[in-house]
Each structure stands twice: as C-alpha cells, then as structure tokens.
Design a protein around this ligand. Sequence first.
Ligand code: SAM
Length: 321
Amino acid sequence: MDLPIELKSASEKLVVGYKQAQLKKIAQDLSDRYRNESGVGKVLLSKDIEAAVYALVRMPATYGAVSDALKYALEYFDGSISTLLDVGAGSGAATWAASNQLELERITCIEREGAMRRVGETLMKEGNRVLANARWISSDLTTTKVTNSADLVVSSYVMNEMAKKDRQFVLDSLWNSAEKMLLIVEPGTPAGFSVLRDSREYLLSKGAHIVAPCPHESVCRLSENDWCHFTCRVQRSRIHKMLKDADVPYEDEKYSYMAFVKQECNRARARILRHPYIDKGQIGLEICTQNDNRSTVVRKKDGKLFKVARKAKHGDSIEIE
Ligand SMILES: C[S@@+](CC[C@H](N)C(=O)[O-])C[C@H]1O[C@@H](n2cnc3c(N)ncnc32)[C@H](O)[C@@H]1O
C-alpha cells in the first residue's frame, strides 16, 4: 500500500529547507513523546514543523491502517456513505484513506492542535475538489460535544491519546454524530485494543451493531492479556527511510479497529486472527467465529475453501462456520 502521489509530494514539500539532521531529531523526539506520554490527554506536538514531520513519518502507516479497516468494514456494510467526519484528524490520513474508497461529497475534520490543522489543510488543498474543500474545525473532543454529523465518523489513533476518564464522553458524542457508521482505529497494541474492547462493550449496550471485525456481538472471547490486531504493509519513501534509519523499503503497521453501525447488519462468518500457517497441502488458521475462537486446518480436499485460505491473510474474513 502506498500514499496517493499528490499527498506524498505535498508532504515532502513541507520540510524543504530543513537539514536531514534537524528532521531526524524532531522525528526521534516525537516518537519518544508518542511512546511515553500518550494516554493521559497531553498535547504531543504544537509546532508546524513537528506536524510536518508527523505527516512524513506516521501518515503512511495510519493511512494504511484506516484503508484496511475501512475495506473490511465496507465488505459487509449495506448502505451508501457520502459524508465524512474525521475526528482528531491530525494531518488528515484517515480522510485521504476514506476518500480513496468512497465517493465523498462532504468532509469535515475536527482537530485540537493548530499545527496539525494547518498541515492537514495544506495537504488536502493538493487533493480532489472535495478534499480541498474540507471544513476544518478547531475543537477539543474531551470538553466539547461534537455537533456535526456525517454518514461515517472516523476516529483514527486518537482515543488512545486521551485520558481514560474522558473516553466515554467522547464515545457518546461520536456515536451520536455517526448517521451510519463509526470506525475507530487504534494502534495494534494491548493498550490500543483495550480502548476498543471498552468501546465495544459500551456501544453494544447502547444498541450499536458491529459490522467488522467481529463475527458476533457477544462478549469478546479473547483473554484479558490477548489483543485482536492486524497488520498492513506500507511502502517507505526515501525520506521515510532516512528519518527512521530503516533498511527495508516497507514497514508493517500493526493496528486494531472496530466498525460500529446503526442498523442490523451482515458480518463475517469467521475472521482470521493470526498469520495463517501454511504447510504442504494444509493451512492452519486461528479464527474467531460466531460461536467460538479456535484453531482449524483447511486441507486440499476442501477445494474452494483451500484456494481461498491459501490467499488469505490475517484480518480477512473466511466462510467457515
Ligand atoms: C496520533 S494523531 C492521529 C492523527 C490522524 N487521525 C491519523 O490517523 O494520522 C492524534 C490526533 O488527535 C488529536 N487529538 C488528540 N486528543 C484530541 C482531543 N481531545 N480533541 C481533538 N483532537 C485531539 C491530536 O492533536 C492529533 O492530531
């Protein structure tokens, strides 16, 4: 997966004139801050150059994660989506990802930090007409109820930055704003998944339905120390490799997600939870189904199912009872 070319070149333009060493230092400081100071509602960046470096370093991964999560959500969603509300939009990765898969007519982005808003808005001016006309709103989700609404509300890598005590207020506000779907994407870590597990429990109690990834709406069967997460592979640009001191031309982003919808919906019969184990003539799968979580083996004699399983990756749905 790769960023749209116009987004890639626009984000590289933001750091023209800066020395490599300066940019690397900013990237390193940001990475330390995101690792050590997240989850308590702290402001993690405030300068425009920091937001620009955030865009270069993190947008490919968050764009990839939202693209995958949205693709899985739309696989079983029976409706149309033409308006988007991206909350904690940052530099706009989730909006670009949604805009690539949906025929959007209206985009609204809510973001607390001025630096992120300026960078996000500048980048979107390089996109199509709807991206360029996106409405950017300055607001703090933890103190101000969202009054805008849209078919799809996306919160990508935001809730995990907030203090736990604020999340229920935000969740109520986002669910209220979503006319059809609320997609929450978080880092594929125990902390990221625990935000989703809590949100799942809370929104199910409010009458929400889950369109993906879960094949069921009962209590999540994963043990407390396990976490449901998937991986997407994204290309690294030359500048990304430089900023991260990376050798390989790609990075694997681990993410977790949950797509809630307002109406009863279809969903996967089963979801593949781990990398398939491929052996001669058989494929081992860890699956979550409507009734249980289990390991299963698909063999050549299973015909079409074997062909599907051979191409499947973890995160995919599969037609196994
Ligand atoms: C890790 S960034 C993710 C940005 C973008 N959604 C993405 O996926 O790349 C988190 C963003 O959420 C914003 N944010 C965090 N808490 C917020 C709050 N209480 N209200 C509004 N925005 C918030 C931050 O300023 C930051 O831009």
